[in-house]
Design a protein around this ligand. Sequence first.
Ligand code: ADP
Ligand code: ADP
Length: 229
Amino acid sequence: MIRLHKVSKTYRTDKVETLALKDIDLHVREGEFVALMGPSGCGKSTLLNIIGLLDRPGSGSVEVGGAAVERIGERRLAALRNRSFGFIFQSFHLIPDLRVIDNVELPLLYRKDGAGSAERRRLARAALEKVGLGARMDHYPNQLSGGQQQRVAIARAIVGQPQVLLADEPTGNLDSRMGAEVMDILLGLNREGTTVVMVTHDEQEARRVNRIVRVFDGQLVDTEHVHAA
Ligand code: ADP
Ligand code: ADP
């Protein structure tokens, strides 16, 4: 599904060079749920951004669904990204002026193979029902709890039926009960076939997935199989 080979990434600003990733070899199998763990600044977000085609590696190769990313131009890369990946962030990133249903429909507006407005609405409703928020469609984000807002963000991430969900500390802003609810939803989506790669600092959460990959100073230092995929 996703293969990284010898991926390195250096950030350059005026004065500083930061080697954020060094020689990363990683294979994420179809249907797998992987947790990325490691201290702040070790390169987890950079790795997730490269996997999700939001950023290109400085060197090394990235393959998504058989396509070699370094040979793809920007426009096709954006199309591949939109088709393949859904993103979830620690801080939800919902648009406060849009109702829940309109937030969830948003990714469909950017797709070339675009659905018509009735179809978009149908897909958004289905995604919201899947995360248990069918009754909150007409609310605004700030009328919902943090856990509910993250579930809206999950609905937005899955509305285009991506093969892979990438989640950067999806429970980082939630208390343990809401965090566990969000994990239940991610595990359910994974059971239905969606591949998930998630950054987390929570060992208990990581224990619920297939594999824990540990990052330190930009390198993969350990991989631990927790549950068979
Ligand atoms: P993590 O997600 O594990 O906290 P990051 O991938 O965000 O780590 O960062 C890895 C390293 O790269 C850190 O030293 C961080 O400061 C640096 N870094 C991340 N993004 C940028 C950027 N856009 N420009 C410069 N340095 C960056
Ligand atoms: P979060 O905790 O929400 O992941 P971060 O503070 O790690 O947020 O990063 C937020 C954004 O800033 C990311 O896009 C990351 O790439 C960028 N970033 C992180 N470290 C640096 C840095 N040293 N210089 C410039 N940009 C950075």
